[in-house]
Write a protein that binds this ligand. Structure first.
Ligand SMILES: [Zn+2]
Length: 258
């Protein structure tokens, strides 16, 4: 009699236990993924796989407010020098340095959200990093790519549009760096044009850029548009247009890394 009772009890516990575990199995993972435990690894949906996870990306917001005035070599051992610090162009209500930083910070936020490891050459207006310093910053990080953010200017106020500058072969002997930069530049240019609807001014291969010639990692320079063109300048003042540029760069980089 006693044996029968214990057995029945066991069965009840087993059944109840089983019943509970079925319920928990069904509900717990949902609550767990949505509510808490950030450190827990969960299965990623296709939308969450960005292709940028752990990519080391340097963002260089072009120009800065500087206090130094000196020359630096445009390429290692070239003997040719250029000013280490130059002011950029300007629009009606902001300088290029300000616009570059604004877009760079937006780009940083999106890339980090997508899992990239982002390093900024500057996050403030003032900086003492020259173009060589900025190249070496990316070299030391062994960055997967360095993206320089600039805006254009011209005496002809009717000129508008986006272009991407990539390194040429005059001083750079690393063909893989040249090819990768070109490929990244083309993707980024096309994606910015399709995101913004801006005039496509194409890829420009440059041998005279200090920031390119000292680089040992792939590097591109985005000329977002002309601050001297009143219409484009006005667009570039808006956060909406800046976000379009950012999405263009991000989509271009995603395609490059694929
Ligand atoms: Zn510039």
């Amino acid at each position: 009699m006693r044996k029968v009772f214990i057995c029945t009890l066991c069965t009840v516990i087993l059944l109840t236990g089983c019943g509970f575990s079925v319920t928990t199995d069904k509900t717990e993972p949902v609550g767990r993924t949505k509510v808490h435990n950030d450190t827990e690894t969960t299965e990623k949906t296709p939308e969450e796989i960005t292709g940028l996870e752990n990519k080391v990306i340097v963002i260089d917001a072009g120009h800065c407010i500087f206090s130094q005035s000196r020359q630096e070599e445009i390429a290692p051992g070239s003997g040719v020098t250029k000013p280490a610090f130059v002011s950029g162009t300007s629009g009606a209500n902001q300088t290029e340095e300000q616009l570059n930083l604004s877009v760079a910070l937006r780009l940083q936020a999106v890339l980090e959200k997508m899992g990239a490891k982002v390093y900024m050459t500057r996050t403030t207006h003032e900086s003492d990093m020259s173009n060589i310093d900025r190249a070496q910053f990316a070299n030391e990080l062994n960055a997967d790519i360095s993206v320089k953010i600039h805006a254009d200017g011209s005496g002809n106020t009717s000129i508008s549009g986006v272009s991407v500058l990539v390194p040429g072969t005059k001083y750079i002997r690393d063909n893989a760096l040249i090819d990768k930069s070109r490929k990244a530049g083309e993707f980024v240019l096309n994606e910015i044009v399709s995101a913004t609807g801006a005039n496509n001014r194409g890829i420009s291969v440059r041998d005279d850029m200090t920031g390119f010639n000292w680089s040992t990692v792939p590097v591109i320079l985005v000329e977002m548009g002309f601050m001297t063109n009143p219409q484009e300048d006005k667009l570039m003042e808006t956060s909406e247009y800046q976000d379009k540029i950012v999405m263009g760069i991000v989509n271009g980089l995603k395609m490059y890394f694929e």
